[in-house]
Design a binder for this molecule. Sequence first.
Ligand SMILES: NC(=O)C1=CN([C@@H]2O[C@H](COP(=O)(O)OP(=O)(O)OC[C@H]3O[C@@H](n4cnc5c(N)ncnc54)[C@H](O)[C@@H]3O)[C@@H](O)[C@H]2O)C=CC1
Ligand SMILES: CC(C)CC(=O)C(=O)O
Ligand SMILES: [Mg+2]
Length: 350
Amino acid sequence: MPLVAILAGDGIGPEVTAEARRVLEALDLGIDFEEGLVGGAGYRGAGHPLPPATLDLAKRADGVLFGAVGDPACDALERAMRPEQAILGLRKELGLFANLRPATLFEGLEDAAALRPDVARDIDMVILRELTGDVYFGEKGLRTTGEGLRQGYDVMAYDEAEVRRIAIVGFEMAMRRKKRLHSVDKANVLETSQLWRDVVNEVATGYPEVALIHMYADNAAMQLVRHPGQFDVMVTGNMFGDILSDLASMCVGSIGMLPSAALREWAGACGLYEPIHGSAPDIAGQGKANPCAAILSAAMLLRHSLDMPEPADRIETAVAAAIAGGARTPDLGGTLSTSAMGDAVLAGLA
Ligand SMILES: NC(=O)C1=CN([C@@H]2O[C@H](COP(=O)(O)OP(=O)(O)OC[C@H]3O[C@@H](n4cnc5c(N)ncnc54)[C@H](O)[C@@H]3O)[C@@H](O)[C@H]2O)C=CC1
Ligand SMILES: CC(C)CC(=O)C(=O)O
Ligand SMILES: [Mg+2]
């Protein structure tokens, strides 16, 4: 029986994860669920944002369904004890270097998108974000300059093996889709990005059918708003991918609509699945959160880690049907609560 770890975390994490679990349970797939403490909840309940028992659970599981971590009450803690370290630690410990963040405009959400409907309509892309390197994992700290000023530093670094493996995933995805790959970097100013670009070009020689387009990250942000339909697969580093995927989410209606999969192998291995959003303390506990990103993350879990493509399709179809039928949480301009949106998706499963 496959084991799915449920790490709900903080803020709206438990609210949206509960709906995703309800949907999985309704499908009656013979999955075992086991819950673990993580983030601020882990710190409060077990003295650490990523308690050893939670890490052990994640390593034993066939897939991890993750909510979100982050709690303003924990912002003054030393960095190692802050909730966000839990998700960074899980990604690193599980070797989850490939982060798939699909952004698709669901039919009916044209009005919710921050772009004109005619611009938003053709968005169907995947941002492939490298997830275990870059500035988030480099040496960091606070020091004092020669002038006696406090200085913060975070080192951005990628080695060629890290770039090569994510580039290969990008080209493989492009081969299965439209054979078009945008690689986003900042090679005009960053040595890290120049290496990124050189290695992506080397990998490209093995994929002559794929049209490769290099784009600077600042231009990519602008192009995502100007003409998002030009993108199909976009491969990029950890920080650019983090920022550009939040941007892409509003192009298709809401950050509450974008799921993600964090994988260590291109297919078939245990992965971590989470909405791209955070713990949203501003709406936590109010039943206002959109659970669709979490529900769609559960579908990705079935497809990528449990080899269950049919129920994954059923979930995605049910979300599309709920949206097409007018189900809307407040972020989409509606009034449905988190659980009522879950009900609407469940109704579409029938
Ligand atoms: N993977 C994770 O666990 C992540 C954790 N965080 C953490 O979350 C906390 C809050 O970070 P923010 O920058 O505010 O980002 P956020 O994504 O939590 O929220 C940004 C805005 O989007 C809204 N929003 C987010 N998810 C929503 C949903 N499902 N439905 C409706 N509205 C939604 C929020 O209400 C807020 O106005 C911080 O502690 C941050 O470090 C942030 C991003 C990812
Ligand atoms: C703690 C952050 C790095 C999480 C985040 O913003 C993300 O993964 O999208
Ligand atoms: Mg983010």
